[in-house]
Write a protein that binds this ligand. Sequence first.
Ligand code: FE2
Ligand code: ZN
Length: 441
Amino acid sequence: MWKAARNTVRLTCSACRSVAHASCQARVSAPRVISSATPCPTGCRALSSSSTSSTAVTSTSSDGRFLTVAWQAGGESRYPFIYLRDNCTCSECFHELSSMRTVEIMADGIDADISPSGVESTATGVRITWPNGHVSDFTNAWLREHTLSTQPKDHGLGRFQRPAAQPWLASTFSPPVFGLDAMMSNENVQYDILDNLYKSGIVVVKGCGTEPMPNEVYEKLGMLQDTAFGLFWLVEARADPNNLAYSPKAFPLHTDLPYLKNTPGTLLLHCLRQAPTGGHTFLTDGFAVAAKLREENPLWYDLFSRVPVTWHQLGYDPTSDRHYHYEFAQPILNVDRHGELYKVCFSVAARGSFLSIKEDDVHDFYHGYLRWMQLCKSPEHRYEVRLEPGDMLIINDQRIAHGRDAISDTREKGRCLRGCYLSWDDVDSRFRHLYYKLKKA
Ligand SMILES: [Fe+2]
Ligand SMILES: [Zn+2]
């Protein structure tokens, strides 16, 4: 028999407004799931859902601390009342425009074990009346989305899932190509560019001209991320290079700025000028190499995902007139709390000499590292592209390692790439905005 554990909670029929209703009372007294095939003899449909929606509530019950909702499509969800009170969606407790909470449960003296004074089904969901008379309405859709008992990964982002990465091999890969004009004028194209960036980690935009582009071009995809090197920097051979990138030497495969805690998410390289010969860019999918490494030797993968490596760079940038001394320790393979790889950090030049590892594990680490390098450079994984003036290469800097061969361009105005970064948070934000605006859900 249904009863409240702490306080008696009345389950009220929204149509007949009474708990004394014989048929409804019989149903709320029944243990948990109530058949919707036996409608109330008075015609009341509040507890016998007529909806075929998978989000329809077919019954509610409570033990005083939890609201239990049974779904017509099967299964049920339980919601602690404190959770519902904390997340009331009324205009007094929630600012819908910014999607931000305004109720402060501590300041409002709300108890963690709060029980409502009334619960009733409504045409769209559930209405809860609290001891102080405050009323909270939750729609079936809200309840479904906020189910705790089947909490998915990244719960709370359930409405929006970043498109999954699709690791690739060089032999079968060709980067998705878009045009700048379309990107500037069409939000669907902006969405597609970001969608492809999530999936393949690389996108090429053509038709960008050979002059520096204004910030607004980049802001179609996210927000520029400033660093000691400035918002924009030119990758070209300089007479007195303070950075390997500015010398004509080959630059081995790497991800940019692993020495930043806020590692840039997106690297954009706009080709203003290209060398007559050479000037190839090499790209390797770090996610694909990591999968291969894991398959070959799980111990190496484990070490790479567990052992922090110190990354650093220090110096002075004459263009931005900034001194810098960057340093940060993070593994080569960064996995989230679900064990899923989300960031690859890898730079021959910026890898420091400190290694937080036991002496006896060092040989294994280096065996793995040498194999990692071998795989990154192998024809199976290393994709080669030669940017033409007017091309812009966009890559996921937390996944795709890039490098170049030596530049034999001795002209005064030789090969030149104009680079910048967008932070992942802002790319995510832009994509999420487009996702909802363009109704991609
Ligand atoms: Fe780089
Ligand atoms: Zn409220």
